[in-house]
Ligand binder design. Structure first.
Ligand code: ADP
Ligand code: MG
Length: 389
């Protein structure tokens, strides 16, 4: 997708405000997760990259308590008043992400000032590239500048997650916001979601992460996601009988699980198996990446997909088709579903020199196999959110 030029952002802002002052510019990237799926809310490990697609904003601070934003992607202008901000103001629109961030900042005691802004984005919505996380992180950064305070990155990340959990009402883990704020060009981010510590791991320089949006959304994806979260809690409850000190599935080792899984209800056993083994895969994947063993890394991506399909049951016909086609194409070392699943996207690690052929072929083969037109995004590891001077 095309990037909107800064000059166009400026023109749009002038149209919105009628004021010809020099704006402040901000950007916040989306992310793609290489491995470690459904592990973040189990306090586990993930390995995302922030990507070269994201949101951008041109903003004019104002003295009024009004926040007024035009989203070029949504082709809508929306506003709210900071002095009327409270839980009951939920609109069930994209404005909620901004209001949620505002409310959480205010709870922390920050005095917020209003602004007018143009938000542009080349990040598709709902494709598993976390446009919502980028929107929250962008909004928080804007408030920092316009209202004159600074937050440590980790505090900002936690706050943005709370905004999505509390105000928007999506019980997401911390990965999306973390990746958007902490991203680093040419690096993946290995995140320990319990300790909230991270380590940058060089992203292989001759490879790209190619995302394929299957074009299929599952109606029940939200309720199925919540159901998985419940199942993880139940599995944890079962294991706590033997290991009372354990606080999340992250704290259970494979040998501990294997000792008791015979007695677990089959569904819970499978869910726990995925989470416990996926955490091990992430640790191994990081090690392989550091040693430049892309073949081994790709194999773990494939294993991750298998586990998400069989044990976690979040794949779909189309996702399975897409990864199978990808694995048969030249230059692809591994492929798996990425994001929550139930439709959505896959990520494949592909040699840069083969990307063009890969994209052309998979577009054709996937359409022929499923009847859906896929969307493809060639991603590389990018820097996290910042104010652009
Ligand atoms: P994902 O984060 O995987 O892209 P979500 O459903 O979590 O999908 O978040 C998508 C929502 O984020 C959209 O429905 C919209 O409310 C908001 N959003 C994302 N990008 C924009 C944008 N450019 N302008 C306004 N709202 C956006
Ligand atoms: Mg999201």
């Amino acid at each position: 997708m095309e990037r909107v030029k800064s000059s166009e952002l400026k023109d749009q802002l002038f149209k919105l405000t009628g004021e010809k002052k020099p704006p402040l510019f901000f950007r916040a990237p989306g992310r793609v997760n290489l491995i470690g799926e459904h592990t973040d809310y189990n306090d586990g490990f993930v390995l995302p990259i922030a990507i070269n697609l994201g949101l951008r904003a041109a903003v004019l601070p104002s003295d009024s308590p009004q926040v007024r934003v035009r989203s070029l992607l949504m082709k809508e202008t929306r506003k709210f008043f900071l002095n009327q901000l409270n839980e009951t103001r939920k609109t069930n629109t994209w404005l909620d992400y901004l209001q949620g961030v505002g409310l959480e900042l205010r709870k922390e005691g920050h005095k917020l000032k209003g602004f007018q802004g143009i938000f542009a984005s080349n990040l598709p919505v709902g494709s598993g590239l976390s446009s919502s996380g980028a929107l929250e992180v962008l909004t928080e950064l804007i408030f920092e500048s316009t209202s004159g305070f600074g937050l440590a990155s980790l505090e900002a990340v936690k706050l943005c997650r709370r905004a999505e959990n509390h105000f928007v009402g999506v019980d997401c883990g911390i990965m999306d916001q973390f990746a958007s704020r902490f991203g680093r060009a040419k690096h993946a981010i290995f995140i320990d979601c319990r300790e909230l510590k991270h380590e940058y791991v060089p992203f292989p320089k001759d490879y790209k992460a190619v995302v394929l949006d299957t074009g299929v959304r599952r109606e029940l994806s939200k309720s199925s996601y919540n159901q998985r979260r419940r199942e993880c809690k139940e599995a944890l409850g079962f294991l706590k009988k033997y290991y009372p000190e354990v606080k999340a599935l992250r704290g259970v080792s494979l040998s501990q699980l294997e000792k008791h899984e015979e007695d677990m209800p089959p569904t819970l056993r499978k869910r726990a198996r995925h989470v416990v083994k996926e955490n091990e895969r992430v640790i191994e994947a990081v090690d392989l990446l550091k040693r430049g063993n892309l073949e081994g890394f790709g194999k773990l991506m494939n294993d991750s997909h298998r586990s998400l399909r069989s044990d976690y049951a979040v794949s779909s016909k189309e996702l399975d088709k897409a990864v199978n086609i990808a694995r048969g194409l030249r230059g692809c070392v591994g492929s798996r579903l990425t994001g929550a699943g139930f439709g959505g996207s896959t990520v494949s690690l592909v040699e840069t020199t083969q990307v063009k052929g890969f994209v052309g072929k998979i577009e054709k083969l996937y359409s022929e196999a499923t009847g859906f037109k896929p969307k493809l995004y060639v991603c590389e590891a990018a820097n996290g959110a910042k104010r652009i001077k």
